[in-house]
Design a protein around this ligand. Structure first.
Ligand SMILES: [Ca+2]
Length: 317
């Protein structure tokens, strides 16, 4: 996380509204469409023609905001990796977050970070966490690699990432032996009733082991104590690939995607974040429905995710 620039603004209002309406209410589900910066049809790379964002690392690691969704961005993009919401592997509409790694140094994420001082909820209260991931066949990095899902947690002073890797949850991710499935979208319940296996990354400290345990009993690799993070605030989440994805120490290739990050807390709303390319023929946000952040917040305040419900209705029509 160090060195990352995150992107804040209207989303703070959205989350405040969502949390307010979620309190004490029956849990409801909603979808938020996360748009690419590039609007269809604006040709991108690839054959057959695909559309949307292709953000490629060059030189120093960098971040790039997703301008339609406050707090969202492409982050930790390094040389040797490309990330972007585009139509290469259309999922639940016409888009998904695409990843392409060509070197072991490559890394790229797409994710959300709440505005400073804003919490999505306590880690102990998290009860829904999931995502969809895809690995294309033909990639030459070790066959156990697949897009990972991370939570960003903080106690107000220190920030950690609590990380879900398909490789640590092989049976739940459809692995064949040690190999991740390919050319098949996997819909993953990472929380899995509290049984999903996670580890903690300590970006500002030396790595001391990589403890794997259930989400709410993750072991701090520094001191071996358990459950040090239950009362920490979840302030963000992301999906990503790399770095260090190789094959026997040699650079290789990886192409894949992720979509539909799902997150929810006890007593609150479950939200799905669907990556899409606005204007595409099967755009999940519906024809012409590209809400500005301000109107999304107003919609939430007026009718508890009314816009979102409308979007889901259109999508399923
Ligand atoms: Ca999608």
């Amino acid at each position: 996380m160090s060195g990352n620039t995150w992107f804040h603004g209207g989303r703070r209002v959205l989350w405040a509204a969502a949390l307010t309406f979620g309190f004490g209410a029956v849990a409801t589900a909603g979808t938020v469409i996360i748009d690419s910066n590039t609007v269809y049809p604006n040709p991108g790379a690839g054959t057959p023609p695909v559309y949307g964002d292709f953000v490629t690392g060059s030189g120093a690691e960098f971040d790039q905001a997703l301008t339609g969704a406050s707090g969202w961005g492409y982050t930790s993009v390094r040389q040797g990796a490309t990330v972007g919401i585009n139509t290469t592997y259309a999922s639940d509409g016409d888009g998904s977050a695409y990843f392409n790694v060509t070197a072991g140094s490559g890394k790229a994420d797409v994710g959300y970070l709440a505005a400073p001082g804003t919490s999505l909820g306590k880690l102990d209260d998290l009860n829904v966490l999931g995502y969809d991931w895809y690995r294309a066949s033909g990639g030459t990095v070790n066959q156990h690699y697949a897009p990972v899902l991370r939570l960003v947690v903080t106690d107000g002073t220190t920030t950690r990432q609590v990380i879900y890797e398909p490789n640590n949850n092989k049976s739940d991710n459809g692995f064949s032996g040690v190999d991740a499935p390919t050319d098949d979208w996997k819909v993953i319940d990472a929380y899995n009733g509290g049984n999903g296996q996670f580890w903690v990354n300590k970006p500002n400290d030396a790595q001391i082991g990589t403890a794997i345990s259930a989400l709410k009993s993750v072991t701090d690799p520094a001191d071996g104590t358990t459950t040090p993070y239950g009362d920490w605030d979840v302030v963000g989440f992301n999906v990503g690939v790399g770095s260090g994805w190789k094959n026997g120490g040699i650079d290789g290739t990886f192409i894949g995607a992720a979509d539909n990050i799902r997150i929810g807390f006890i007593g609150g709303e479950v939200t799905t974040y669907n990556f899409e390319v606005p204007g595409a023929p099967n755009y999940a946000g519906g024809p012409g429905a590209v809400p500005e952040p301000a109107s999304v917040a107003m919609g939430l305040m007026a009718g508890v995710a009314g816009l979102v419900v409308a979007a889901r209705r259109r999508r399923s029509a």
